[in-house]
Design a protein around this ligand. Sequence first.
Ligand SMILES: [Zn+2]
Length: 299
Amino acid sequence: MLAAVCLSAVLAGCAAPAAPAGPKAVPAPEANAAPEANAAPAAPDADHAGAPPLAEEANSAEVVARQEAAAQHWGLERPPLKAPPRPATKPELTPVQGVKLADGRPPVVFRVPTDDKVVFLTVDDGDEKDPEFSRMAADLGIPLSTYVSDYLAREDYGYFRDLHAQGVEINNHTINHRNLKVLDYDTQREEICTQQDQLEKQIGVRPRLFRPPYGEYNDDTLRAAASCGVQAVPMWNEEAFPDHMEWRYDDRKLHPGDIILTHFRGTDIWKASMPDLLRKVVNDVTAQGFALARLDDYL
Ligand SMILES: [Zn+2]
């Protein structure tokens, strides 16, 4: 069934990464000036008039040296590429290129429409809670977007609170990780909306994004999600494992705006650690000339 969903996604436009038709998401010079909480250092103010602008600072020898040291420490082939400034406005979603729109429903997004050479790393479920993974992502400045299921997270929501404190958005992946498609509307609503409430209580922020388990959903899913504040439903194109990437496109390459899925999984399942996984993803993304960017800045 999942294969069918993925195939339909491909047929819906994911497989045709032609020149984007939508308006360009042109980064504005002031893009760094209004970071969200936790997102980036505050904009320079009058007290720091003598300090170099952020862009200049980011290229300073000291910063480069720090990035190279972090890359070496975590065993990367080279430092990750820096994402461009976040777009001044989020890209307009049109019903092409892996975006499905319907009135009154949150958009379902397989690929974010952008010309920026960025891709997004999303991490699901919440079983493995490895502090090394959090540290590695923070050290390297790797943005993550997570989708957490209560039945796995509830034993230690503190792990996800800590991730949130370092700028990671904690999003909704239902209470029990059931296949929503076979459930009636009320049960789907319970699975989705109770997790909205739970994450708001545990993390302190009501999630904006929701991803259905197994990528399985129907119209009731979207209707239920809309009823409790979900603004978008990001899906994925590639799935990352510690030793390989599963590709959705025939060309087996990344494309601007691709969403990569992976999971909080440990050595019991993967025979590799979360840092091993992140190392593989960052090396692959960098080798193809892409930067990992914050999904929240684009969606
Ligand atoms: Zn899942």
